[in-house]
Design a protein around this ligand. Sequence first.
Ligand code: ZN
Ligand code: FE
Length: 239
Amino acid sequence: MATVIRVPVLADNYVWLFAFAEGRCAAIDPAVADPVLEAAAAAQLAITHILNTHWHPDHVGGNMGLKAATGCTIIGPAREAAKIPGIDRTVDHGDTVTLGAHEGHVLFVGAHTAGHIAFHFPTANALFCGDTLFAMGCGRLFEGTADDMFRALAQLKALPAETRVYCAHEYTLSNARFAVTVEPDNAALQARFAAVQAARARDEPTVPFTLADELATNPFVRARDAAELAERRRAKDVF
Ligand code: ZN
Ligand code: FE
């Protein structure tokens, strides 16, 4: 099992340092460079790779700074390659990213952006999903449709339930407030809502979480079809 270190940056972003081998790590969706370099140094880790899930500036803003400081290799979505600063290797659905002894599987989950990908590392029990799946929420549909998101979430749902989900934002509390309006009688959701309110009141992070948590409480993951997901997404957009 590898260690994953959380680096909170900007208003609510999480950059993840996946320590895949002794003294080495990959930075996932580095919004900025300096705090990520500091966190890696504090953990005595060299950043050898960047994994980008999509092109949004709050996911790639640190690419060039980290590359200049470390010479790391930048791996990102083939379908958004032109918008990923410093990209060295493009990957798409079905590709493999090998980090030390860990093999990551690339999943195409375009919806939030058209070329969005996720990285699943089974041997680390870790899913890095960017802005596709959040705790009790999902990404906004900037470049894709509800059908796209339904398909994306269906793929993520199919991964082992114990998989830990490392998403890129701390959106949990606002997602929970919406989720309880969709399923007011869901006891697991009410319990989770209470738990995340308490955690956030103590200024504690709520990420990572497990896919099992989402299967039980996430109204987007639980949507029965794309139409239901679309309705919920529209409602959340104006919530
Ligand atoms: Zn985004
Ligand atoms: Fe984002």
